[in-house]
Structure formats: C-alpha cells, structure tokens
Design a protein around this ligand. Structure first.
Ligand code: F6P
Length: 545
C-alpha cells in the first residue's frame, strides 16, 4: 500500500497541535479524560488517557487504520487467505483457539477444525496421563521433570506461559525450558535431573533448527547413557509440523503431536507447542488460556475500531513511531510472573514487523516496528526507569497490573499497585521548576544549593503510557493479553504495509554459522572471510588450544 507515506503525513498536523500542550494541561482541562480514553475487552481495561492525544488525533489515527484496510485484511486473515505472501501461507493461529462451530478453511481447503480438535484431544489425554502417572519412564518411575527443548516460538511462548501460570502448577512436576545451543543451558539443566524421572519434549515447527536438534541429540545421549538406548522411546515426545523428521529422530508415533504450516512459530503457543503448558497446569487450564484468547479474537473481529483494544494500542504505537519518532516501546508488567512477557513480545513484535520492504517488495518510506523491551516492576524502577523519567529519549510504556494477587500476603499487592499507578502518574505529570524549588525550600536548603540542584531534580513529564488492568492473572486473562498483543502487531503490520508473518532476516546468520562451523572446528581454512572474521577465528583457535 504505497498510500502509507501520504496517509501518515496528516498525523503531523495533530502532532503540531499536541506538541504545544502537555498531558498535564489536557488532564486539567478535562475531568472526563479517563472515561473518554479508556476501553475494555472482557476482563481487561485499557486506560490510554495518559497519551499525547486528543479526540482529533484519535479520530485521525483510527481513520488511518480504517484507510489502511485493517478490517478487510483482518477478515481476509480469518477467511484463510494466504496473507503471508512470501511463503504463500494462510495465517490462522486464531483457529487454534476458536470456540465456535463454523468451519474454518485455510486457503479455500477443507475445514481445519476437526484436525485441531483431534490434536487437542490427544494433548488432553497425554498431559493427563503424564500428570496422573499412567505414563511413566522406562524404569516404571513417575515423571517429575519435563524438559522442553525448542527455541524462538517453540520456547518463548510456552516458557512465558508456564511461568505466568505458576499458581496452577504442581510442586511435584517441574517444567524446564532449554533453548540455547550454548551447552551451559542444557548442562546446567541436566545437572539437577534424574534420567529415570525426566521426559523430554522436542518442540520445533520445522524439526531442522540447529540449536534444537543439537540439544535434542545431547539429551538423547544423556538419557541413553543412563538408561540404555531402549529407554529413549519412553522418555521423548515431539511437537512439529515435520512429521517425517520426528519419525527419523526415532520418536514413537503416539508421542508426536502435529501442527500446520499456517501456524507461525511465534504464534504457535496455542498449538501442540503448548503441550508443556498443559502438562504443567493441566489441560483444563490450558484450554482456559485458549478460551481467553478466543474472547479477545471475538472482540478484535466484532468491535468497531474506535473501541477495539488491539486497534487502539496499534495506532498509538504508530503515532509514536511515525509522527513523534520514538523508536522503542517498553512493556512493564507489575506482575512478577510475567517476567518473560517482554521477551516473548520481542519475538512476537520484532520478528513480525522488523521489516523494511513493503508487501510489494519496495523499500518502506517510514519507520516500522519499534524496539520492544521491558522487565517487571517494581524491579525496573531501581534499574532503568531513571532513563524513562529523565533521559533524552521518550519511551512509551505499557503498564500491566492485576487487581487481585494469587497469594494472600498483605501489604504486598497494594504496594505493587501504588507503585504502578505512581509511575504512570509521574511520567505524565513530571515535576516543574516551581515545584522543585518549593520542595527544596521546604527542606530548608540555601538559595545556592537550590539553584544548583533544581535542574537535576526536574522531570520533563508528558511521557506517555498505557495501563492494562485485569482482575487476576488467570489462564483466561493471560490468553486474552497475548492475543491482544498479537492483533496489535497485525494492525501495525497492515498500516506499515509489511508482511508480519515471515522472518527472512534470521536466515543469513544461520547460513554463515553453518559455513563457519568447520572453520572454528579447525577443519578448514578461513580464506574468503573478511579480515575481522579471520582474525577472530585465528584468535579463538589459539585460545582454545
Ligand atoms: O529462526 C527463527 C525461527 O524460525 C522462529 O521464527 C521460530 O520460532 C524459531 O526459529 C524456531 O523454529 P522451529 O520451531 O522450526 O525450530
């Protein structure tokens, strides 16, 4: 959509107007600002009033989404059109959590729902049997540890969800996630495990990813050394779209859980890739996670753009990226169990919209995906928030907070809530020179000391944030939150006119690593490489000894 550049230009007039005021002034002028700029989807409230917006800017931003064809493209995605054009694939992760009774078709083919339901049923039976001990290891012992071996979407989703849903897990069934090809990851994990009680799940959409296959081979060797080759069968399961490769690895048929090429890796936690989650928290809770996402899908599909949470969050992101030039976006859950949420969203967002050509292959003329980062509060407050408050970059933030904790440990949760509200308020209000001077005067400081300190103690304010508030971090709420961000990424990709569903940018590094392996193994020479790479290989080989 070559229209994007000209469509983004009108935003500048709104930016100009809003640049002449502050959110502090906008709040002072309108006591109903929270009501005007908040919206809900199911149990999730989005307060977006602490943004540099007014009704005119929001109208323009929603108009931008509408003109970009978000509704038509959303419907095309759900209708199974191959909107992932570079791989000629449908994008149907919504089908994995669909709770309705209509057929869903990928690119005009057969109904995909029976296949989805069949795999879900097999996941239910298998996870129940691992949990109740009817599936056991080769020596007859019950599994106490399950190691998921996968990377990217085959790791980040289930690892994030397992951590987030810890209150639903059992103390006697521990989940481990090994992703890195760095042997430290596998080595440190195996060190604490008893092979007799350990199950490995090899999770890989392609079943060719080098890190995962290397880790899977190491795990198989470790198991076979301890229990014999014959035991491997009882201790391995596989999650993949590449059933031939899982077979070749030697995983028995009834332990292979398939999915489909219309499920992108970073959108696969809803598929068989969610099996470790089902084992950890029980299938009913995994199903509730799917149901929460389905409710968000319905909201996304059925709600007018003006009240549509993913659309609102998406256009605000476009507003800051394109009209204000802010290049990063922080996701700050005040929810310790969401400690991997930002890492998960990094793949979801940056692998999706980190693109610089349009759908028609032309260079984009506008900035696309921002850098996504974040850590849970309140920890971040004592680390990087300094820069968010007083640094030279403006960083739009998403704050996430539950009203109810899972544990009864007063006064922890009220303190947590007070902190998250304080942060968004502080970012918005800032602290003026007059306020600083009055404060220092009240502390009895001398005139000179006040003069010297004042610039350091001022806060610019007018720094934007969204707050997402939900009753409790249940499986349903988590599913809805993840789906909310998925759809936000979709809407932004549509406005930026990029393919959010391929990831060619990860390929070059993979190719070069393959070519460099024999060289770092010292098997072949480094001619043909640049002098830096040659020098580093030489130095490595000398150090390696
Ligand atoms: O290299 C990137 C990537 O392809 C991601 O998109 C994907 O989630 C990850 O690797 C893992 O891929 P697989 O599940 O096929 O092992």
């Amino acid at each position: 959509m070559a229209k994007t550049e000209s469509a983004l230009n009108p935003l500048m007039k709104h930016r100009k107007r809003l640049n002449e005021t502050t959110m502090r002034e906008l709040f002072a002028a309108d006591t109903g600002r929270f009501e005007s700029f908040s919206a809900s989807a199911g149990e999730i409230l989005l307060d977006y009033s602490k943004n540099r917006i007014d009704a005119g800017a929001m109208k323009a931003l929603i108009g931008l989404a509408r003109d970009a064809g978000v509704e038509a493209r959303r419907d095309a995605m759900w209708a199974g059109e191959a909107i992932n054009i570079t791989e000629n694939r449908s994008v149907l992760h919504m089908a994995l959590r669909y709770g309705g009774d209509q057929p869903v078709r990928a690119a005009g083919g057969d109904d995909i729902m029976p296949g989805i339901r069949e795999v879900l049923e097999r996941m239910r039976v298998f996870s129940d049997q691992v949990r109740d001990g009817s599936i056991r290891g080769a020596t007859g012992e019950q599994f106490t540890d399950v190691v998921n071996i996968g990377i990217g979407g085959s790791d980040l989703g289930p690892a994030m969800v397992t951590l987030a849903l810890e209150p639903y897990s059992r103390a006697d069934l521990r989940l481990h996630y090994v992703s890195n090809v760095d042997g430290a990851h596998m080595g440190d994990t195996l060190k604490r495990l008893d092979p007799k009680r350990t199950m490995f799940i090899v999770a890989s959409k392609t079943f060719t990813t080098d890190e995962t296959m290397t880790n899977a081979n190491t795990a198989r060797g470790w198991l076979a050394t301890a229990l014999g080759d014959g035991a491997v069968n009882d201790h391995f399961a596989a999650l993949s779209t590449n059933l031939a490769a899982t077979d070749a690895f030697g995983i028995r048929q009834d332990r292979i859980f398939g999915f489909w090429d219309w499920v992108g890796g970073r959108y696969s936690v809803w598929s068989a890739i969610g099996l470790p989650v089902a084992i950890s928290v029980g299938f009913d809770n995994f199903k509730a996670f799917l149901d929460g996402a389905y409710q968000m899908d319905r909201h996304f599909l059925e709600t007018p753009l003006e009240q549509n949470l993913p659309v609102i969050m998406a256009v605000l992101g476009v507003w800051y990226r394109n009209a204000w030039g802010f290049s990063t976006h922080a996701v700050l859950p005040y929810d310790q169990r969401l400690s991997r949420f930002a890492a998960y969203l990094q793949q979801q967002d940056m692998e999706s919209n980190g693109k610089s050509v349009t759908l028609s292959g032309k260079p984009v003329q506008w900035p696309t995906g921002p850098i996504i980062w974040g850590e849970p509060g309140t920890n971040g407050q004592h680390a990087f928030y300094q820069l968010i408050h007083q640094g030279t970059d403006v960083i739009p933030c998403d704050f996430l907070i539950a009203a109810q904790p899972h544990e009864h440990l007063p006064p922890h949760h009220d303190k947590l809530v007070a902190n998250v509200l304080a942060q968004s308020e502080a970012l918005m209000l800032g602290k003026t020179k007059d306020e600083v001077v009055a404060e220092l005067k009240a502390q009895g400081l001398t005139k000179d000391a006040i003069k010297a300190l004042t610039p350091h103690k001022m806060f610019p304010g007018n720094r934007p944030s969204n707050t997402l508030m939900y009753p409790k971090l249940t499986p349903e709420v988590l599913g809805a939150l993840v789906a909310l961000y998925e759809h936000k990424v979709f809407v932004q990709g549509t406005i930026w006119d990029v393919n959010s569903y391929d990831q060619w940018g990860v390929e070059l590094g993979k190719q070069l690593a393959k070519a460099l392996l024999p060289k770092v193994e010292g098997m072949t020479g480094t001619e043909g490489h640049d002098s830096s790479t040659q020098g580093l290989v030489r130095h490595y080989l000398a150090l390696k000894g």
